[in-house]
Design a protein around this ligand. Structure first.
Ligand SMILES: C[S@@+](CC[C@H](N)C(=O)[O-])C[C@H]1O[C@@H](n2cnc3c(N)ncnc32)[C@H](O)[C@@H]1O
Length: 240
């Protein structure tokens, strides 16, 4: 899969993908990431990418000419790549959308700045507007990093073990279960006995119970859509 990111601050994205799973995915050829400086698509001496809003008001707006030139040069012809504008007004990004994106061959992520982007660009050159949450950031660069990271984890082979992505928070509508590692006792606090038992059926049941408990406590809005069996009820409150 290929990600292209269009930004006026390409330096912000330098280095951020050079670590961990994303770096490994790049090195093993599972993904390609290319960062493009929007100013390279200007023709004037000042490399101007923004202008004042018609009708007055505060702030500047990203102009259509450089942005459309960049999108057309990078995204190619119709249907070659999906163009995504990071925007607080977009569809809320979540695990389902990350899964949807992970099945695409190419994503062009466009980072807004200032007061945003000329509406004509959004209407004619953008396939999807995507928000990472109901708050306003200064630019689309951090949201673009979030999208690349979350989508990369879902590309088969990126985690080294496909099962881990299937068991993470949100994959089945629940939050992840609690994790423990050595030592089995730390400052008097013991790891639940069931995890040391070697009984995988009991461990799975305990984990599902704890996932449900954590989801009910922290994200009750998620729990309604989850299919629950009688066993889930039994395992929720027990350490076995
Ligand atoms: C200061 S914001 C513009 C906000 C815009 N005037 C509004 O009120 O909807 C500048 C840029 O940051 C990015 N941005 C800000 N918050 C975001 C969010 N929650 N999700 C995705 N992108 C965001 C967008 O690219 C946006 O164009």
């Amino acid at each position: 899969m290929r990600f292209d990111i269009i930004t006026i601050f390409p330096e912000m994205l330098g280095g951020v993908f050079d670590f961990g799973i994303v770096r490994r995915a790049v090195e093993s050829g599972l993904i390609e990431i290319s960062v493009h400086d929007l100013r390279d698509y200007t023709f004037d001496r000042h490399r101007q990418v923004d202008d004042r809003p018609f009708g007055g008001g505060a702030g500047m707006i990203l102009k259509p000419e450089p942005l459309v030139r960049a999108i057309e040069a990078i995204a190619g012809g119709p249907g070659e790549a999906s163009t995504v504008l990071l925007s607080p007004q977009g569809r809320l990004f979540g695990q389902r959308m990350a899964e949807e994106f992970s099945r695409k061959a190419r994503l062009v992520l466009i980072c807004g700045r200032y007061e945003g982007v000329d509406e004509r660009v959004i209407e004619h050159w953008i396939d999807d507007e995507v928000s990472i949450g109901d708050y306003v950031l200064s630019g689309g660069e951090i949201p673009a990093m979030v999208v690349v990271d979350a989508v990369t984890r879902l590309i088969p082979g990126a985690l080294g073990c496909d099962e881990s992505a299937l068991r993470e928070s949100f994959s089945d509508g629940l939050l992840d279960y609690p994790h423990y590692t050595r030592p089995a006792e730390y400052r008097g606090m013991k790891v639940p006995d069931v995890l040391l038992s070697g009984n995988h059926a009991e461990i799975d049941a305990w984990r599902r119970g704890r996932s449900i408990q954590k989801t009910e406590r922290c994200r009750p809005d998620l729990i309604e859509g989850v299919n629950r069996s009688e066993d889930d009820g039994e395992n929720q409150n027990s350490d076995l």
